[in-house]
Design a protein around this ligand. Structure first.
Ligand code: F6P
Length: 336
């Protein structure tokens, strides 16, 4: 059995740990051959593929990024309606040339959609959810998320001292694309006073009241955690907009920090290392049983899998009844 493995979409800590988990199980336990496909789906079209061995996996558990490289290539997306799209047939040809029996696709929502489309054209696929956004439907957590939360929470911790020293409002913008998971988890872990997410509309007057009420309680400073995807007037970055609005609304000196790509860098947390390892191993188990067309998923504390058709095209978003939101409100945290 020959499997091909590719990593697609935004990088994050834990991808290499997943590659390691797939390779070690496939090589040592199932006696399979493993081929690394470079730069996401593009590697299937330009044939940038090489054999992975036990030696390939050394040092991967703790290494950030992806040794295979990644891209946001979408092989089923036509350049224009008029042009024909020969990318899928190129992919099929490459897989036949290498005799690859099944693809392991590691990626976020876009990757899951492409994986489902590859199944439709007869290619065997098993996918593994990967994203710092934690917005892949069907899995409680994706690896990469815990590492990004830890990075963002550490950054928020550091903002408390400067906020209190200058009696300022510090606004920090975290990633998350269209979901608020990163803002919610890092905001709660970092002791944020105000946490704004795309899923929960905000009222700048309520935000101002929260800041003023803290002042009245002897806290002349506040920490505001903002997800990059909140609704702002055209083109305004989230943190910049919220900081301007707060300063206008309250008169407080306000400063913003955009954490950006730091959230995607560095070594994975222990949680992400183990989640990545388990998901990699489960993907190979599915392949050994011929159970294709499935995405590996963490459900509760169990590693399982769901049909790709169930997750493709769906987003997993924060809801008002999430326990961190409910508990945070009881504590007086403002969610907008
Ligand atoms: O999906 C991960 C992510 O980091 C999002 O949180 C962010 O909005 C996006 O990727 C940035 O995309 P790019 O890496 O293409 O700039």
């Amino acid at each position: 059995m020959k499997i091909g493995i590719l990593t697609s979409g935004g990088d994050c800590p834990g991808i290499n740990a997943t590659i390691r988990g797939v390779c070690k199980c496939a090589l040592n336990y199932y006696g399979m051959e493993v081929y690394g496909i470079h730069n996401g789906f593009r590697g299937l079209m330009d044939g940038h593929i090489n054999r992975l061995t036990e030696e390939s996996t050394s040092g991967l558990l703790t290494l950030g990024g992806t040794i295979l490289g990644t891209s946001r290539e979408k092989p089923f997306k036509k350049a224009s309606a008029s042009l024909s799209n020969n990318k899928p047939s190129l992919i099929i040809k490459t897989l036949e040339e290498y005799g690859i029996d099944c693809l392991v696709c590691i990626g976020g929502n876009g990757t899951q959609k492409t994986a489902a489309k590859l199944m439709e054209v007869g290619i065997n696929v098993v996918s593994i959810p990967k994203t710092i956004d934690n917005d892949v439907w069907g899995t409680d957590f994706s690896f990469g998320f815990d590492s990004a939360v830890s990075i963002a929470a550490d950054a928020i911790d550091r903002l408390h001292s400067t906020a209190s020293s200058h009696q300022r409002v510090m606004v920090i913008e975290v990633m998350g694309h269209k979901a608020g998971w990163l803002a919610l988890y890092s905001g709660m872990a970092g002791g944020g006073d105000i946490i704004l997410m795309p899923e929960i509309p905000f009222d700048i007057h309520k935000i101002g009241d929260t800041i003023i009420n803290r002042l009245k309680k002897g806290k002349p400073y506040s920490i505001v955690v903002v997800a990059e995807g909140i609704n702002t007037p055209e083109g305004k970055k989230a943190a910049q907009y919220i900081a301007e609005e707060i300063e206008y609304e309250t008169g407080f000196e306000t400063r913003e920090t955009v954490l950006g790509y730091i959230q995607r860098g560095g070594s994975p947390t222990a949680f992400d290392r183990n989640l990545a390892t388990l998901m990699g191993g489960h993907a190979v188990e599915l392949i050994s049983k011929g159970q294709y067309g499935r995405m590996v998923a963490l459900q509760g504390n169990k590693i399982d899998s769901i049909p790709l058709t169930e997750t493709a095209g769906k987003l997993r978003l924060v809801t008002e009844d999430h326990e961190l939101v409910v508990n945070g409100r009881k504590m007086g945290i403002c969610f907008g």
